[in-house]
Ligand binder design. Structure first.
Ligand code: SF4
Length: 332
């Protein structure tokens, strides 16, 4: 069975963009592969963040993932900083990572140009990602297209480490492959920007029915539909993309037809979507409420997940340390 690793930052709110773009797929993958999923708090500190709220946001992300369907009996769910081997391997991999490759990463350039002073952690973010995956010798990484450049760098880091330290048979890092998401990317409700809590354009996985409808009503659609009689193009409408995540195939066909023929108005279309979203998200919201009232259960899942992850991580690090020539602290 192939091993899969993926992580999500503790943003404090699991929204439908995260759900359709990643988490829904994780729930499927846990039945098909040997999966590790992590709340990557060490990645979250590479940008300005609120120290006081980080523990709550981390726990809340775990609640969201469990409520959305991750099952600790079928996958390992843990918090990244609870397995210190991530940072150790990160440092060791830094020594084989070419600086030029880090500086060429599009995400680094985008984020760096918005900051007056750029922390080294932002530059080294993809090295920590490589450590996350290689620590578990995972071979598959579920990613969106925007992460492919980081994955290619991860493969380059693995090759470089293998060439320098993995010769002579035995242990080598695998070169992880992308498990490209087939889901179309959901935009924010403004129809332009990425869905993001900081932009205020999200629908949370835990929004109650009236909030879902309140947010969908004014959401952007195909601007060609100025009046109810104007036909539209569902392929360029974010509401249709969300339908593809929540509505059954026959409804999607009907939505596309009614849109192209002006058979209904955008509000009719959104009402059908709202009903389908409420049907899917209602049980998730209820599970989250139940988990929030028993935080000790969530903490226990994370403790047990970190213990399982650490067992694998320790095995990898023993090999890595030995091959890199470090004196074994236990040997007499
Ligand atoms: S009818 Fe539906 S798919 Fe078409 S533009 Fe309006 S909201 Fe979008």
């Amino acid at each position: 069975m192939a091993r899969v690793f993926s992580g999500i930052q503790p943003s404090g709110e699991l929204h439908i963009g995260n759900y359709l773009g990643a988490v829904q797929n994780w729930v499927k993958l846990q039945s098909q592969h040997d999966c590790l999923f992590s709340v990557v708090d060490l990645h979250a500190i590479t940008q300005a963040y609120e120290v006081a709220t980080l523990p709550h946001r981390t726990l809340e992300m775990a609640v969201g993932l469990l409520a959305a369907g991750l099952d600790p009996a079928r996958c390992i769910l843990f918090v990244q900083s609870h397995v210190p081997e991530h940072t150790e391997l990160n440092w060791l991999l830094n020594t084989v990572t070419p600086l030029g490759e880090l500086e060429r990463q599009t995400q680094f350039k985008d984020k760096a140009q918005r900051q007056e002073s750029v922390p080294a952690g932002l530059l080294n973010y993809p090295v920590l990602q490589a450590a996350d995956v290689l620590l578990y010798v995972a071979t598959l990484v579920p990613v969106g297209e925007d992460q492919l450049q980081h994955l290619e760098l991860m493969r380059e880091i693995a090759r470089r480490w293998n060439a320098r330290f993995g010769t002579g048979g035995g242990f080598q890092f695998p070169e992880p492959q992308a498990l490209l998401s087939t889901a179309k990317r959901v935009l924010g409700l403004d129809g332009h920007a990425k869905m993001s809590k900081s932009l205020g354009n999200t629908i949370s996985l835990f929004d109650p029915p009236e909030t879902i409808w309140g947010k969908l009503r004014p959401a952007a659609t195909d601007p060609a539909r100025v009046t109810r009689k104007d036909p539209g193009n569902p392929d360029i409408c974010n509401i249709f993309t969300i339908h593809q995540g929540f509505s059954p195939p026959d409804t999607q066909t009907q939505v596309a037809h009614n849109c192209r023929t002006a058979g209904w108005g955008c509000l009719d279309c959104k009402r059908v979507l709202a009903d389908n979203m409420i049907a899917t998200l209602g049980p998730i919201r209820e599970r989250a409420q139940e988990l929030r009232s028993h935080p000790e259960r969530v903490r226990e899942v994370l403790r047990s997940g970190a213990a399982k992850a650490r067992t694998i991580a320790r095995g990898t690090m023993a090999e890595v340390r030995r091959r890199m020539g470090f004196l074994d602290a236990e040997e007499r």
